[in-house]
Design a protein around this ligand. Structure first.
Ligand SMILES: Cc1cc2nc3c(=O)[nH]c(=O)nc-3n(C[C@H](O)[C@H](O)[C@H](O)COP(=O)(O)OP(=O)(O)OC[C@H]3O[C@@H](n4cnc5c(N)ncnc54)[C@H](O)[C@@H]3O)c2cc1C
Length: 390
C-alpha cells in the first residue's frame, strides 16, 4: 500500500471513531474525568497507534501533516482523546527517529505495529518546575540492568499506558540538563499515584502525579541523549500535533456556531442574521490557525527529505518558529471558542445542550499551560537577541 492509501484508510477509520465512539463518550469522559478507553481501544483495533512507524518495521510511516490531521479529526469530537493520541504519536516518533540502530528499539518498533501498545511520557518532575530539559532523578546501570525512580508531577494516562518514556539524568554524576530517555514497560515497575486530576479541562487525559519505581534491561535506555531527541523530535512533534488538535477543538466550536447561525437564518428567510457577521469574523481566525500548523507541518516534512534535516531542526530560526506556533495556537484556540460562544449564546453556555461549548472552552485553556507560554516566550526572547532572519 502506498503512503497516501495508508493515510486515507487510517483517516477514514479515525473519522468513524471520532463520530461513533469519541463524540458519544466525550461528555461522560469529561464529567467523570475518566480515561476514554473505548476510543483508545477502537484506535488500537483500527491499527492507528502504529501510524508513525516506517514501512521497514511494518508500519505505514505517516508524515507530520498526516499525523496532525488524524489528531485534529479526533479532537473535534473529544479533546482528551485527541491529546492522548497526539502524546502517544510524539513518543512513538522519538523511538522512530532516535533508535540509533539499537537492536532492542528496532524490535520494539516492530512490536508497536504488532501489538499497538499505548505509550505515555514523564518529563515533569518534583523540583524541576516545568522545565522539561532538566531532571533531578538519574538512571543507574548495574549488571546490564537499569534502575530508575522518579517523582512525576503530571503524567497523562500513565495508569492506562503499556509503556512510558521517562526523562532522567544520564547517570548519577551528570548535571541536570544531561538527560537520557528510558522506555519503562508496564511490567518493569510500579506507579503510585500521589496527586489527583480534577481539572478544568482535558479531564480524560487522567494526568495526576506519580511516584515511579522501575528496573529492566539496560537496552531500554535510548542510545541518543535526550537533548537531541527533544530538539529534533519531541518539541516539533509536540508543538505541531498539539496545534493541530487545538485547532480541531476550535473548529468543532465554530461548526456548532455555524449550526446556530443557519438555524437563525431559517427562522427569517431572506435575511442575514447579525450573528452571521461574527461567524465570518471568527472563520478568519480559524483559517489562519489552520494555515499556521499545516504550513509548518509541511515544512517539517520537506526537511525530512533533505540530507541536512538534523542541522535545520537545530537552527535558531526553526526553534523560534516552533515556539511561535505553540504560543499562537494555544492563545488563539480559546479566543475562537470564546467567539463561538458569543454567537451561540445561552445554548452554548448550557452543559446539557447539543450546542454546548463548555468542554471545548475548558479543554482549549490547557494549551497555554502545557509547557507554560511564559517559559517558552522567555526562551524566544533570549534567542531573538542573537537571531538574524535572512
Ligand atoms: C493537560 C496536560 C497534560 C500534561 N501531561 C503531561 C505528561 O503526560 N507528562 C508530563 O511529564 N507532563 C505533563 N504535563 C505537564 C506539563 O508538561 C508541564 O510540566 C506543566 O504544565 C508545567 O507546570 P507549571 O505551570 O507548574 O510549570 P512552570 O512552567 O514552572 O510555570 C509555573 C509558573 O511560572 C511561570 N513561568 C515559568 N517560567 C517563566 C519564565 N521564564 N518567565 C516568566 N514566567 C514564567 C508560568 O507562567 C507559570 O505561571 C501536562 C500538563 C497538562 C496541562
Amino acid at each position: 500500500m502506498s503512503n497516501t492509501v495508508y493515510f486515507d484508510t487510517l483517516h477514514a477509520a479515525v473519522r468513524q471513531i471520532a463520530t461513533k465512539v469519541a463524540a458519544v463518550n466525550a461528555a461522560d469522559v469529561d464529567s467523570r474525568a475518566r480515561f476514554p478507553q473505548e476510543t483508545i481501544a477502537a484506535l488500537k483495533e483500527a491499527r492507528v497507534l502504529s501510524a508513525p512507524v516506517p514501512s521497514e518495521f511494518g508500519g505505514p510511516g505517516l508524515n507530520m501533516k498526516q499525523l496532525s490531521t488524524l489528531c485534529a479529526t479526533l479532537s473535534g469530537a473529544c479533546g482528551s482523546s485527541g491529546m492522548v493520541l497526539a502524546m502517544h504519536f510524539i513518543q512513538v516518533a522519538c523511538v522512530v527517529r532516535h533508535h540509533g540502530d539499537s537492536a532492542f528499539f528496532k524490535r520494539y518498533l516492530a512490536e508497536i505495529v504488532a501489538t499497538q501498545p499505548l505509550l505515555a511520557s514523564i518529563t515533569s518532575e518534583v523540583g524541576t518546575f516545568g522545565d522539561t530539559r532538566s531532571s533531578v532523578c538519574a538512571v543507574q546501570r548495574q549488571d546490564g540492568q537499569f534502575i530508575l525512580n522518579k517523582k512525576a508531577t503530571t503524567g497523562s494516562y500513565c495508569g492506562h499506558a503499556d509503556a512510558i518514556l521517562v526523562t532522567c539524568r544520564r547517570d548519577e554524576s551528570a548535571p541536570k540538563s544531561d538527560q537520557s530517555l528510558v522506555l519503562v514497560r508496564k511490567t518493569d515497575g510500579t506507579l503510585i499515584q500521589t496527586t489527583t486530576w480534577d481539572t478544568m479541562g482535558m479531564r480524560g487525559t487522567c494526568s495526576p502525579g506519580f511516584d515511579l519505581e522501575s528496573s529492566g534491561p539496560e537496552e531500554q535506555i535510548m542510545p541518543v541523549g535526550f537533548g537531541d531527541i527533544a530538539a529534533q523530535t519531541m518539541v516539533p512533534y509536540s508543538h505541531i500535533l498539539w496545534s493541530a488538535l487545538w485547532w480541531g477543538i476550535a473548529s468543532d466550536a465554530v461548526s456548532k456556531a455555524s449550526v446556530y447561525v443557519r438555524g437563525e437564518a431559517r427562522k427569517n428567510p431572506g435575511t442575514v442574521p447579525p450573528t452571521a457577521t461574527r461567524l465570518a469574523e471568527v472563520s478568519v481566525q480559524l483559517q489562519a490557525m489552520k494555515n499556521n500548523w499545516q504550513t509548518i507541518a509541511g515544512e517539517f516534512d520537506t526537511f525530512m527529505s533533505e540530507p541536512d534535516s538534523a542541522e535545520q531542526l537545530l537552527s535558531l530560526g526553526w526553534a523560534l518558529k516552533m515556539n511561535n506556533l505553540k504560543i499562537a495556537s494555544s492563545d488563539t484556540a480559546p479566543q475562537i471558542v470564546h467567539k463561538a460562544l458569543q454567537i451561540v449564546g445561552i445554548m452554548g453556555y448550557k452543559n446539557d445542550s447539543p450546542l454546548s461549548l463548555g468542554r471545548h472552552y475548558r479543554d482549549a485553556l490547557s494549551g497555554s499551560l502545557m509547557i507554560s507560554n511564559d517559559r517558552i516566550a522567555s526562551k524566544s526572547a533570549s534567542m531573538l537577541l542573537v537571531f538574524k532572519d535572512d
